[in-house]
Write a protein that binds this ligand. Structure first.
Ligand code: UD1
Ligand code: CA
Length: 476
């Protein structure tokens, strides 16, 4: 949309949230609510987005940066009209239309914004207003209409009488304005109302005084106009967006065994024919390929899981990559920069951090692999640990292709194991091992025959074993 800018009102603290953090920074399905509003504006085709910030603005800066937005600071929260005035001062002079959105209404959709712009243009109106017909309109400003169907006034609940409060058509707080109209009329607002604030909604009356109209556009889905003022409403909005996200995945060919017990954040993608089992949480920027199976209780955050991967129950991934056809879990933990090769296996109670495991390698039980580079088809035995940290710095362990690591081995990094080598079980490896070598670091085993009979016969008795006679000649 050319020459259309957006202003997002987001300076309020939101007292009813009972939070130290500004309301608009609270997250809905993984992103701050104001992020959802900005995304709707951007997807509607609006490139310039001005964020009006005040309370706790630091916590909103991440969102501003993600959209390359501008910030207008509203020092004192004197009302939505004053917030719009702050915002307009940062809008580029080229913009001819301004979309004003509420930072606390994250369910708004791009398509609705486009139709709001189209409705204003069609009627050459001063503004268009998105409204909704709610079964319970409590707390919202009510929309009074003229006989011609256009908006006559918007009255806040606190300023309205019983007749006004009975009206079920509410103001969503989303508008499109003719820029010149907005610039001319914002300075004329007054605070003669119950809250002693400058109400943006009073522009309706000013439009009528100028002989112009304000057109209402009723949202097809009344949920879209919901504003969030409390934690209760935050939870309700999250549930609505979650249901929509899950619905979209189902429609795209993903099996979700129990939609009511599956949590998927906004930016997650899942390929067709993947199966998501109950109790799974897919978070952040996670991408799951096609034909993957994510079993019960897995938590996958900012990770990339390729086609055909199986994540067995209760595996936890964060910032990891699992390549095609690999099998992970149950109870595996993949931390940032874990990169599991094609067809590799990571088994129970295995933790991997900042390490690459080559194609077809296996670490099936109880291991810690950190700061390592493991080649192809290597086998990491149960209980293997890379001692990557000496208390001051982290060091690398490099394990070549086809290396066989016996159980209960420690690699004291930095250390390099050449391809095809074998590490005998129970080794503490402190020096490099050349290719094809066998490395052992155990003390030789000693066996003292019949020692128990001689020194600890009471143990045998306790276990209910008969105490055998010592062979002739063996001293007692
Ligand atoms: C506002 C509307 C109301 C509408 C409702 C929809 C007015 C006067 N009322 O009421 O008609 O039904 O939204 O949700 O506009 N903000 C600022 N600076 C301020 C005041 C508010 O940036 O000085 C921001 C808030 O951070 C919030 C948004 O504007 O994101 C709406 O403010 P809020 O106080 O929640 O307005 P409501 O009372 O809900
Ligand atoms: Ca509100």
């Amino acid at each position: 949309m050319k020459r259309v800018s957006a202003i997002i009102l987001a300076a309020g603290l939101g007292k009813r949230m009972k939070s130290a953090m500004p309301k608009v920074a609270h997250t809905v399905l993984g992103n701050p609510m104001v992020w959802h509003v900005a995304r709707a504006a951007r997807e509607a085709g609006i490139s310039e987005i001005v964020f009006v910030l005040g309370h706790g603005r630091e916590s909103v800066m991440g969102t501003v940066e993600r959209f390359g937005g501008k910030v207008a600071v509203q020092e004192r929260q004197l009302g939505t009209g004053d917030a719009a005035r702050s915002g307009l001062s940062a809008v580029s002079p080229r913009a001819r239309e301004v979309v004003v959105l509420c930072g606390d209404a994250p369910l708004i959709r791009p398509r609705t914004l486009r139709s709001l712009v189209a409705a204003r243009r069609k009627k050459k109106a001063a503004a268009s207003v998105l409204t909704g017909i709610l079964p319970d309109p409590a707390g919202y400003g009510r929309v009074l209409r003229n006989p011609d169907g256009n908006v006559a006034r918007i009255v806040e609940e606190r300023d309205g009488d019983a007749t006004v409060r009975r009206i079920r058509e509410v103001n969503s707080g989303t508008y499109v304005f003719d820029r010149a109209f907005l610039a001319r009329n914002l300075p004329r607002l007054t605070d003669v109302n119950a809250q002693r604030e400058l109400y943006l909604t009073d522009l309706v009356v000013q439009a009528l005084e100028e002989g112009k109209v304000v057109v209402p556009v009723v949202a097809g889905d009344p949920d879209e106009v919901r504003g969030i003022n409390s934690r209760r409403e935050l939870a309700e909005a999250t549930a609505l967006l979650l249901r929509a996200k899950i619905g979209a995945l189902l429609d795209s060919g993903v099996t979700i065994v129990d939609p009511g017990r599956t949590y998927v954040e906004t930016e997650v993608s899942v390929g067709a024919d993947s199966i998501i089992e109950p109790g799974v949480a897919l978070l952040g920027s996670t991408r799951i390929g096609r034909g993957a199976r994510i079993q019960a209780g897995c938590v996958v955050e900012n990770s990339r899981v390729e086609d055909g991967v199986r994540l067995q129950p209760y595996s936890v991934l964060s910032g990891a990559r699992v390549r095609k056809g690999a099998i992970v879990g149950p109870f595996a933990r993949l931390r940032p920069e874990a990169d599991i090769g094609e067809g590799a296996h990571i088994g129970n109670f295995v933790e991997v951090k900042k390490s690459r495991l080559g194609k077809g390698s296996k670490a099936n039980h109880l291991a810690y692999i950190g700061d390592s580079l493991v080649g192809r088809k290597a086998n990491i035995g149960a209980g293997t640990i890379t001692c990557n940290y000496d208390g001051i710095a982290k060091h690398r362990t490099i394990i070549g292709d086809g290396v066989f690591v016996g159980s209960d081995t420690q690699f004291v990094a930095p250390v390099t194991i050449g391809k095809g080598a074998i590490i005998g079980a129970g080794a503490t490896i402190t020096q490099d091992v050349p290719p094809y070598a066998l490395a052992l670091s155990r003390v030789e085993q000693k066996v003292l025959a019949n020692w128990v009979i001689r020194k600890k016969p009471e143990l045998l008795a306790k276990a209910g074993l008969k105490i055998p006679k010592l062979p002739k000649g063996e001293a007692k």
